[in-house]
Write a protein that binds this ligand. Structure first.
Ligand code: ZN
Length: 300
């Protein structure tokens, strides 16, 4: 998607414009940016996504916090007295690092709708952190592998294990690269990277490892149990745990996205009259927003 702005075009989370606004470093927001040289993004995103080119500023274009993962921002554009906001992915409720989306009033809103279905109602992040922490502690005679996306979610879980269990987990090399950027921007994460001497020491005793989602399966845990001669449990940490069953011993609905009520609240607070969506289907959200306008009793 591209937005014309003061005689230039700004590509949203894609290439093919005079400038590219990159909301955050997840791969599905980096399409076709190979030849782009002019980026609007946070410094954190620039590093996490290894953008190349140059970070630029455009007069009248502002970046505000989006929550979600380190460096995630929303784009606010003001032109001829009208304001447009593009959200990228957002999370409203603060995570363990205190990251949360800001809300800017606007006329036109282009927003994410990944979980724009009333079925999705995420528990409070800190409730999930504590149930994950409790599960890891209760199973302290087993090795544990936790499946999570390696950018953003893995770092959140490292911190949860540090704070709730005093455990420094073992992470993959990919997750480690992201951890290093988090630390560069002041977020302390106590972990060790698989293959290092430190990790090998840790893995002589009972350990907790964070692995890519594709490895968070019972057969993978069974292989580890054989290799390390210790019972091994597997869990996943993902918002999709609300909807799908996973081949795991436990599933924690930890999401870095806004849920349906959050999106509804967010859209209402912006006051936008013109709302469009990317990612997913926003029709349920529009219906709910309209019913709130028609029936003020629903406005809480
Ligand atoms: Zn994302």
């Amino acid at each position: 998607m591209r937005l014309p702005y003061k005689g230039i075009t700004i590509a949203l989370d894609s290439g093919n414009g005079d400038f590219s606004f990159i909301s955050h470093a997840h791969g599905d927001h980096l399409n076709g940016i190979g030849r782009q040289r002019n980026f609007l993004a946070s410094e954190e995103t620039y590093e996490l996504a290894d953008l190349g080119g140059e970070l630029k500023a455009i007069e009248g274009a502002k970046l505000i916090n989006a929550g979600h993962i380190l460096g995630a921002r929303q784009l606010v554009l003001e032109q001829d007295g009208s304001k447009t906001v593009y959200t990228g992915d957002i999370s409203l409720k603060p995570n363990i690092f205190g990251m949360a989306a800001e809300i800017s009033q606007c006329d036109r809103l282009i927003m994410e709708s990944t979980y724009a279905n009333p079925e999705y109602k995420f528990p409070d992040n800190f409730e999930v952190y504590s149930s994950l922490g409790k599960w890891v502690t209760e199973n302290d005679s087993s090795n544990i592998v936790i499946g999570a996306y390696e950018m953003g979610k893995a770092q959140e879980i490292v911190r949860v294990l540090n704070e709730y269990c005093s455990i420094a987990p073992v992470v993959t090399e990919n997750a480690e690269e992201v951890c290093a950027v988090y630390e560069k921007f002041g977020i302390k994460l106590d972990r060790s990277v698989v293959g290092s001497g430190e990790a090998e020491e840790i893995m002589k005793k009972r350990f907790v490892a964070i692995v890519p989602m594709r490895h968070a399966k019972r057969y993978f845990a069974a292989n580890l149990a054989t290799a390390f001669e210790r019972k091994t449990l597997v869990a996943v940490a993902t918002g999709w745990a609300l909807r799908y069953r996973f081949n795991a011993d436990a599933a924690f609905p930890l999401s870095d996205h806004a849920d349906f009520d959050d999106l509804l609240y967010y859209a209402g607070q912006t006051g936008a009259k013109d709302i469009g969506f990317f990612e997913g289907d926003g029709s349920r959200l529009i219906t709910a927003l309209k019913s709130r306008i028609i029936n003020p009793l629903l406005n809480k």
